[in-house]
Ligand binder design. Structure first.
Ligand code: NAX
Ligand code: K
Length: 510
């Protein structure tokens, strides 16, 4: 699947450029209609009666084309139009004129015996909450108990945010054009879409590039070339030494899980920096992960002054008192890449400005923060940035803080200060379990430790975390995630054409 995602405005711009370069809008609409008809024909045997529900814009226009083609192929088709036919304009009016069947009003819906429905009510042009007759029609579509193929987007889903604008169609399949839109990946849109198919309607890759998208589906195609793969000639320090900072006695489990994940994710060495009172607790159960006594912030600064320590992760069960705050300050003031999670973020509740100030004090610093929604809301307490669609919030937070933000959830969004962002779609539901976030913080620390740039590191970590969840399967507990990483990493290496004996990547063209 192509990794760029186009916002609604970017898609419209790609359309405009394509039309300006000589492809008529009606041709694009015809190709869109063909793709929808093909998708329906793949799913439903010939002679299955179909119902196309058209709206007043070009989404409806695509519906008219699909209805015409399906009828030509021998499907008994009926078509309902929301609103008066005279209000159709442009390509949609032309497509309606070419449709030879009867155009029926929404009132007939309950009398139609359909085996499938094509939802062509609203697509990219949805610009306000759905009410009245349109809402009623969507409720009937969802209540009909037949499979729905949606044109471009399930009607009611906002293409940019994935949010339901009052009410939305629930589809088994959605056929979109050129590239996916954010609303196909963001929740709840992704669930309403069913399977998403991307149809080529003749908008070239060059046009997409010219539009300049900065949003991607998260996967190896996005960051694989920056993913660090050790080769036979590398020693372990090439992969860096990561430090994970432990909380006080009785609260040390979280950081050990993060540390184990960091080691499994490829950090060359991993040390847990432990307060003295928790030393026995940590040392008693750690083997490959090392333990160092670190009595407070000054000691942490001393430790990580050694530049072999490339990345520091802290926050899981760190505590929220002044000592914890001093540790976070020490990490941010060091020359190292930093991952802040959990308590390290709660420490800045309502003080995002202070965090931004610390991060921006050293502009070369690589900082990744990994809040879940609750931590994000606390960080931006009393700030308008707290409100709005997820993708927007993550992007604005990244710009404000000068850090890469991983806003976690079933559709984790990773945003960089330069405006790039990615949406993750490989996290299984059972990944939401106690300690799962600690593991992600550990993997992210390991990616930074191996020298990946912050955005790519955060994207790779989030993806590996999701894959580990899939690999471990339903019933997983957080401890299973680091143990699943070797299998996930092997599969990734295969995907990246890494020779497992030497670590060498197959040169292009080989
Ligand atoms: N050249 C193009 O731009 C192409 C567009 N295509 C199709 O065109 C669609 C976009 O077309 P449009 O921009 O016309 O937009 P839509 O057809 O998605 O919707 C716009 C229409 O819906 C009305 N509307 C919006 N929100 C409403 C609400 N909440 N309640 C009631 N009415 C509402 C608007 O007033 C307008 O009449 C795409 O989703 C795609 O399906 C394809 O044909 C490919 C080419
Ligand atoms: K639609």
């Amino acid at each position: 699947m192509l990794i760029e995602l186009l916002s609604v405005a970017e898609m419209a711009e790609a359309d405009r450029r394509t039309i300006a370069a000589g492809t008529p809008g009606l041709t694009l609409m015809d190709r869109a209609g063909v793709a929808v008809a093909d998708a329906a024909a793949r799913r439903f045997p010939l002679a299955t009666p179909g119902l196309v529900v058209c709206g007043p814009g070009n989404n409806g226009g695509d519906g008219f084309v699909a209805a015409r083609l399906l009828a030509q192929r021998g499907y008994p088709m009926r078509l309902i139009l929301l609103g008066p036919r005279e209000r159709l304009t442009g390509d949609a009016a032309e497509s309606a004129a070419r449709f030879r069947g009867e155009i029926e009003p929404p009132e007939v819906f309950d009398g139609v015996r359909a085996g499938f429905i094509v939802d062509a009510l609203f697509g990219a042009g949805l610009d306000r909450p759905i009410e009245g007759a349109a809402a009623d029609l969507i409720a009937r579509i969802n209540g009909a108990g037949v499979p729905v193929v949606a044109v471009d987007l399930p009607s009611g889903i906002n293409g940019d945010t994935g949010q339901v604008m009052g009410v939305a169609v629930r589809a088994v399949e959605t056929v979109t054009f050129c590239r996916r839109k954010p609303g196909h990946l963001l929740l709840p849109g992704r669930i309403q879409c069913g399977r998403v198919r991307v149809a080529d309607i003749g908008i070239t890759d060059e046009t997409v590039t010219a539009v300049g998208p900065s949003l991607y589906a998260n996967g190896p195609a996005l960051w694989g070339d920056r993913f660090f793969v050790p080769t036979l000639i590398d020693h372990k320090y090439v992969r860096g030494h990561a430090v994970l900072v432990s909380g006080p006695r009785g609260r040390t489990g979280a950081i050990r899980m993060a540390a184990r994940a960091a080691l499994r994710a490829g950090a060359g060495l991993v040390t847990v920096a432990s307060p003295l009172d928790a030393l026995d607790e940590n040392a008693g159960v750690l083997t490959a992960v090392m333990v160092r006594p670190v009595a407070g912030a000054a000691a942490l600064s001393d430790l990580i002054a050694d530049e072999r320590f490339r990345a520091v992760g802290l926050g899981p069960a760190l505590g929220t008192g002044p000592e914890a705050a001093a540790l976070v300050d020490a990490a941010l003031a060091s020359g190292r890449a930093v991952v802040l999670d959990a308590d390290a973020l709660t420490l800045f509740s309502g003080r995002a400005g202070d965090l931004a100030h610390r991060i921006k004090a050293q502009p070369a610093r690589l900082v990744v923060i990994t809040p879940h929604e609750g931590e994000f809301a606390r960080l931006f307490l009393g700030d308008p940035l707290k409100h709005g669609p997820k993708l927007d919030r993550a992007r604005r937070a990244a710009a404000r803080l000068g850090a890469v933000v991983v806003l976690k959830g079933g559709d984790s969004v990773i945003a960089a200060p330069d405006g790039r962002a990615a949406i993750t779609e490989n996290a299984p539901p059972w990944l939401a379990t106690a300690g799962s976030g600690d593991v992600l913080a550990g993997i992210a620390t390991a990616m930074l430790c191996q020298g990946m740039p912050a955005f790519e590191a955060a994207c790779a970590a989030t993806w590996l975390h999701g894959e580990s969840g899939r690999e471990a399967g339903p019933g997983l507990i957080a401890e299973d995630l680091p143990e699943a990483l070797p299998r996930v990493t092997r599969a990734l290496y295969e995907q990246l054409d890494v020779d497992l004996l030497t670590g060498w990547r197959t040169p292009p063209g080989e």
